[in-house]
Design a protein around this ligand. Structure first.
Ligand code: HPA
Ligand code: ZN
Length: 350
């Protein structure tokens, strides 16, 4: 039973949200690379970054849109070479996520960013998998990997990546589609997603971030996407909204990303309240937290500080995150029970 919210004092809501169990369903592991760790890994690998210091790299974080961000993001990822690098990166992220009470993380990675530099697929995957196993044992956090194809590359290159991945099939939860949306519609990857689905992989795709609502429909119909990453532009088309609501398709919304990459001018202009009012299955995530100003709890904190969102909205967003994951129903129910118990506790009523 969803709890009653009348006892929750608005000023206690940020602490309640921070303490709540939540799922992170939209985070790129390369986007969790903090400048300090990038310099440390670069130093030990003898890879120079085109910036003098972590501070000067941070100063380059004045993005004008998705592409200007991607240029910096791909440059910083060039320090990652060895299995230990991918292990360290993923372990640092999972510790940080655990501190935000993330109980489940479905993590994107971009193998092509690394294989193009001569790093073997196996190195990337084995390093990340090592950290995931350690995090399960030491932190009790459940995590899994979603392999993204870079949509600015060709479908042939996506197929080559899938071939490299197939021996490691059991390490993958699903596939996704990221990088520059403009000029790279879902249709370009119809065949490779078809093959992925036949392999039993879950499918998700970035759509409706910079692209129009029709790209959301195409991601569902052409790629078989089970979740839409971002999807915020759906509100421009009533029919697309009606379909997303009817089919209960999750939208993994990233408020700080959307402001940093100029999808919305300010957080106060973000359409998250409207997405919820429309009955869309939205949840809050961090995208590339090292670049966009915060991990998942910071996304919640700032969104709730800037927008007219209530305790009921917080509950809906948190529950949507847990129920939009690809965990089985029993695991989801276990987390939702904990969420319900937390929301039923005293949060301000004396
Ligand atoms: N959009 C597309 N591709 C990406 C993103 C994003 O927000 N972050 C990392 N790769
Ligand atoms: Zn993303």
């Amino acid at each position: 039973m969803p709890p009653d919210f009348s006892h929750i004092q608005p000023k206690r809501l940020p602490a309640l949200i921070a303490a709540a169990p939540k799922a992170e369903l939209h985070v790129h592991i390369e986007g969790t690379l903090e400048p300090e760790l990038a310099f440390e890994i670069g130093r030990r690998n003898g890879v120079a970054l085109p910036y003098e210091s972590p501070e000067s790299l941070r100063k380059a974080f004045a993005f004008t849109g998705l592409q200007s961000f991607l240029d910096v993001y791909y440059a910083a990822a060039s320090v990652l070479r060895t299995e230990d690098d991918f292990d360290d990166l993923t372990w640092a992220y999972l510790q940080r996520a655990h501190a935000d009470n993330v109980v489940r993380a479905e993590i994107f990675f971009d193998p092509q960013t690394h294989t193009a530099r001569g790093v073997p697929f196996e190195t990337v995957l084995c390093g990340m998998s090592r950290a995931i196993t350690r995090a399960r044992h030491e932190l009790g956090i459940s995590a899994a990997l979603i392999m993204c194809f870079l949509r600015h590359l060709t479908e042939r290159e996506a197929f080559e990546t899938l071939e490299r991945a197939e021996p490691f099939r059991e390490h993958l939860l699903g596939v996704g589609l990221d990088s520059g949306e403009r000029g790279n519609p879902p249709e370009k990857f119809a065949n490779v997603f078809d093959r992925c689905r036949r392999l039993g992989l879950h499918a998700v795709a970035h759509a409706g971030e910079e692209g129009p609502p029709v790209s959301i429909t195409a991601a569902i119909d052409v790629l078989g996407a089970e979740r839409i990453d971002h999807g915020v532009r759906c509100l421009e088309d009533e029919a697309v909204v009606a379909r997303l609501v009817r089919e209960r398709i999750p939208l993994t919304v990233c408020p700080l990303s959307n402001v940093t990459l100029r999808v919305f001018d300010t957080l106060a202009h973000h359409n998250l309240p409207k997405l919820l009012a429309a009955g869309l299955r939205a949840s809050v995530h961090s995208d590339d937290p090292a670049y966009f100003g915060g991990f998942v709890n910071e996304n919640y904190r700032q969104a709730f500080a800037s927008l007219p969102l209530t305790a009921a909205d917080a509950y809906t967003l948190l529950r949507n995150s847990l129920e939009s994951s690809f965990q089985n129903a029993a695991e989801q129910a276990r987390h939702v029970d904990r969420l319900d118990a937390l929301f039923s506790e005293k949060w301000g009523r004396d």
